[in-house]
Design a protein around this ligand. Sequence first.
Ligand SMILES: CC(C)(COP(=O)(O)OP(=O)(O)OC[C@H]1O[C@@H](n2cnc3c(N)ncnc32)[C@H](O)[C@@H]1OP(=O)(O)O)[C@@H](O)C(=O)NCCC(=O)NCCSC(=O)CCC(=O)O
Length: 566
Amino acid sequence: MDADAIEEGRRRWQARYDAARKRDADFTTLSGDPVEPVYGPRPGDRYEGFERIGWPGEYPFTRGLYPTGYRGRTWTIRQFAGFGNAEQTNERYKMILAAGGGGLSVAFDMPTLMGRDSDDPRSLGEVGHCGVAIDSAADMDVLFRDIPLGDVTTSMTISGPAVPVFCMYLVAAERQGVDPSVLNGTLQTDIFKEYIAQKEWLFQPEPHLRLIGDLMEYCAAGIPAYKPLSVSGYHIREAGATAAQELAYTLADGFGYVELGLSRGLDVDVFAPGLSFFFDAHVDFFEEIAKFRAARRIWARWMRDVYGAKTEKAQWLRFHTQTAGVSLTAQQPYNNVVRTAVEALAAVLGGTNSLHTNALDETLALPSEQAAEIALRTQQVLMEETGVANVADPLGGSWYVEQLTDRIEADAEKIFDQIKERGLRAHPDGQHPIGPITSGILRGIEDGWFTGEIAESAFRYQQALEKGDKKVVGVNVHTGSVTGDLEILRVSHEVEREQVRLLRERKSARDEARVRTALDGMVAAARSGANMIDPMLDAVRAEATLGEICGVLRDEWGVYTEPAGF
Ligand SMILES: CC(C)(COP(=O)(O)OP(=O)(O)OC[C@H]1O[C@@H](n2cnc3c(N)ncnc32)[C@H](O)[C@@H]1OP(=O)(O)O)[C@@H](O)C(=O)NCCC(=O)NCCSC(=O)CCC(=O)O
């Protein structure tokens, strides 16, 4: 790009920066020297390929979504939390908010994630262990007691039973007297990554996609700020994928949901702002920063050029980041604080919109209160002390970071081609029921391609670790230690007994005929093809349980079993 075009872009950026609201904060170095909100080529310099980098707040958004970077608003500190029963988790949320957490993020226990009630025989021993147990809307009321849902953005990490859990959240808001249309938050919902990596699905892909389409339609029509999907690379990376695989599979999944929305006749400029993303921040600092920058650029280009998105918001890739759970070690666990800080810094330098920092004990158990506090403070140290929020995309223009960004983008494009090619194998006539990328994803799920590719990468890394080519402090290098054992959080089995007792008490107090009628209404909608959210809301209002709602749908649609493969 020639010098004049670069200067014209700078003037455009400056006008938008001047007009935007900034935080009331000191934007100087620790020594008191002024810093610019963004840096670019020196006046008069040419820069080959600058159109791919650009200025913050404009297409292709490599350098971030906002002209102000974090000067307008810092990232959201959103610590993922949940354990025991709704009462205990509610206490933890109030602690997080009082300590400066910016939003909530609900972790559910395994029975809830699988759409089972706490008294289901399969739930035995799991209730309240890896997250909070939620059986019905009554639990959701307790979970958010004294937390005004209209004022706090709430993320819920659940995908198989995402839609009934969303209905419980809506009903909890209704019972707080909050108008559902003002709700803001995120539901994970991403079923593609369940088949690809996390393995927590309920049905075959098709009924899940139908429910997701219903949800997208419902939110686009009535809850404009809500993000019904958090398309997730985190679990794909944690399963052993490389950075480029994480990026490409996740963005492809995002394209799949765009194709789903389009196939339902929705307007891309209306529903696309509801698609958000979720990535892992692993420990290779620069590779991660490049991944985040490439993610925004690829998404904006595909949304504009392939799917016809016209508005900026529909071209934006907004993402949450979690530091890499898989990088934590049980050996010398205090080192995990350092790893997490480095990973969090990469996320921030990559322009994350929201961030979770892992606690040092998370490889052993759910975080203790003390470990949770250190994790939160890690973000606050970055935000308040280090000056990283002063300048947008401070690594933009680094030869290393720009070349890594280009390389990851090129690798991702090759993977998109492989996915499209799989789609064509499934539908050689080019007649795709939802869209070409979706056909490729479904084919890759069915024939175990994604799982195989990830396993291959995980195997290569493990071999490198065992040979000592890749090093992990405390594991295969520098193994001696003087630190003792950690105090870890233990969830008592009493929680399960009490949750089961409460569930039975609530079930015996409800109007059974109303529950039955509502569940029948849901099944009728499942058969007729009507949008399922309203009948599901009726079932939730009648205190039908999550297990009952998912149970009738399992009876209707059947369950999915993964094909075995090598
Ligand atoms: C979009 C995100 C990513 C972030 O939403 P947030 O509300 O926090 O932030 P945001 O939308 O970026 O910003 C809030 C508002 O401020 C505006 N805003 C932000 N920065 C601005 C700036 N510089 N200038 C002007 N406006 C700005 C935004 O446009 C937005 O307004 P408007 O709304 O008006 O636009 C959302 O989807 C989210 O919160 N995701 C979290 C997902 C999550 O927690 N997942 C946990 C998974 S945990 C998991 O899976 C477990 C893994 C495991 O451990 O096993």
